[in-house]
Design a protein around this ligand. Structure first.
Ligand SMILES: [Zn+2]
Length: 91
């Protein structure tokens, strides 16, 4: 008889521990509705949670200004830097 995994608590209890296909999702992504498992990382977003893939997609569509703001950087017009030397990043 096949030991193919099913879904639900009974199948999970029959030795499927460690097999992602058999594990029960602990939640669903608030954006794509994908299953989220215990070992996954999720991110807070607009009052809910999104999966890592959705977080990447959200980041990809951000403007440079939005990314800078998220990092705590402040936009400064370069016109005000006339003659000033920009600090060089540490290498
Ligand atoms: Zn998602």
């Amino acid at each position: 008889m096949s030991r193919k995994c099913g879904t639900g608590t009974a199948a999970f209890a029959e030795g499927c521990l460690g097999d992602r296909q058999c594990a029960l999702p602990v939640a669903y992504c608030g954006r794509c509705r994908g299953e989220v498992y215990r070992e996954d990382i999720v991110y807070t977003w607009e009052g809910g949670y999104v999966c890592a893939v959705c977080m990447e997609e959200l980041f990809d569509v951000m403007t440079t200004g939005e990314k800078a703001e998220a990092l705590g950087a402040r936009p400064v017009p370069a016109s005000g830097l006339s003659g000033a030397a920009l600090p060089q990043p540490d290498t």
